[in-house]
Design a protein around this ligand. Structure first.
Ligand SMILES: Cc1cc2nc3c(=O)[nH]c(=O)nc-3n(C[C@H](O)[C@H](O)[C@H](O)COP(=O)(O)O)c2cc1C
Length: 373
């Protein structure tokens, strides 16, 4: 049967499944490179509809046409942010970018846990450094809001100075900056989440922002592996600052939810469905601590319209995802957006902003394995 004789719906779903299954049959990092190549070549399904008005929301002063984003790590070097905007993401986060280029860890460093719908990665901030990404962002715009996620070089003698360089480099071109102190794959990086170091980091980064011509919103990206005391400390430290928001969360070092799955013993950060409950509970617990005004982007294990809705109910103002696209394909984006519109209408709300935080306390007290989502 020739492809053109099929209805557009069948043709699209056939092509989608063929590409998704083909990619899943490839070695994970090669599959990622192939995906980037396809996006760079413009092999993207153009969005068929404008975003529904129910999806419009604002985040730290940014007007989003929809609140669904691509998480950091997918487009490390700002090569496909234009294509992701065309597909219909409301925001996309490039990076993590470090001042100098670095290779990252030895391969293999990316592992699919098929049955668990999870990924373990220990990429180690492989990226081309600030300059090439800056040039690409300068030359190519996007319909999506662009976040630039900044980090520190592995061998750097002064991590905090690397973040300052990131602010100075990208302040005039990013719609927002994301300060990534939660990757588990750069030794010492997560130490910046605590006490005096976080204080020093924030005053340097926000001081550097204040010296720029444009006031770019700054978000802090946190790990899901924080105990209640660490969360208290972070909330207290940020409360006296003009930080614009939080991104919760990065990958986890925990393995309870994947015990027994092949690959579960690999070192690195775990993402995808096995991270969903932990990251959503961390989000809700931080929402309880920071109150209703501070914007939070919810990330970690979103894989369906229902799990996307749960992030909003747990206190997120916008969401991001990455791992589920590996298993489900990019068609998931439209499914999530349609599900959110349906939820807004079903509850007789006006926009997604009205969904935020309706179940914070429930999520904050949930047992990690208990959501069933
Ligand atoms: C292969 C891979 C690479 C990643 N690289 C980065 C990164 O460079 N910087 C970062 O902040 N997060 C990175 N992440 C974490 C994601 O941005 C996200 O926080 C996490 O995967 C949870 O979302 P998910 O379950 O939807 O994937 C990476 C995730 C994966 C799977």
């Amino acid at each position: 049967m020739i492809l053109s004789s099929l209805s557009p719906f069948l043709r699209n779903s056939l092509v989608r499944n063929l590409t998704r299954d083909g990619l899943l049959a490839m070695e994970p990092e090669r599959a990622h490179q192939a995906t980037l190549m396809a996006l760079k070549l413009g092999l993207v399904p153009p969005r068929r509809y404008r975003d529904a008005p129910e999806l419009k929301t604002s985040l730290a002063g940014l007007e989003l046409t929809n609140p669904v984003g691509m998480a950091a790590g997918f487009d490390k070097n700002a090569e496909v942010h234009t294509a992701l905007g065309t597909i219909g993401f409301g925001l996309t986060e490039v990076g993590t970018l470090t001042p100098s280029a670095q290779d990252g860890n030895r391969k293999p460093r990316l592992f699919r846990l098929m049955g668990a719908r999870g990924i373990i990665n220990r990429m180690g901030f492989n990226n081309e450094g600030h300059v090439p990404a800056y040039e690409r962002l300068r030359l190519h715009g996007s319909a999506a809001m662009i976040g630039v996620n900044i980090g520190a070089n592995r061998g750097s003698e002064d991590f905090i100075a690397d973040y300052e360089l990131g602010v100075e480099r990208f302040a005039d071109i990013a719609d927002y900056l994301s300060i990534n102190i939660s990757s588990p794959n750069t030794p010492g990086l997560r130490g910046l989440q605590s006490g005096e170091l976080l204080n020093r980091l924030l005053s340097s980064v926000l001081g550097a922002r204040a010296r720029q011509k444009i006031r770019v919103p700054v978000f802090l990206k946190l790990a899901p592996d924080l105990d209640q005391n660490q969360m208290d400390e972070i909330a207290a430290t940020i409360s006296g600052t003009d930080l614009d928001g939080l991104i919760i969360s990065n990958t986890t070092l925990a393995r309870e939810t994947v015990a027994g799955f092949p690959g579960a013993d690999e070192a690195g950060g775990l993402s995808g469905m096995p991270l969903f409950d932990l990251s959503t509970r961390t989000l809700a617990r931080m929402r309880q601590r920071v109150g209703t005004d501070l914007p939070i982007i919810g990330v970690g294990g979103v894989h369906s319209a229902q799990s996307a809705l749960a992030k909003f109910e747990a206190g997120a103002n916008a969401i991001q995802l990455y791992t589920a696209f590996v298993f489900e394909g990019m068609g998931l984006l439209e499914e999530i957006k349609a599900g959110l519109v349906e939820a807004v209408r079903g509850k007789k709300h006006k926009t997604v902003a009205d969904l935020v935080g309706s179940r914070v306390d429930e999520w904050a007290s949930t047992s990690i394995l208990g959501s069933g989502l």
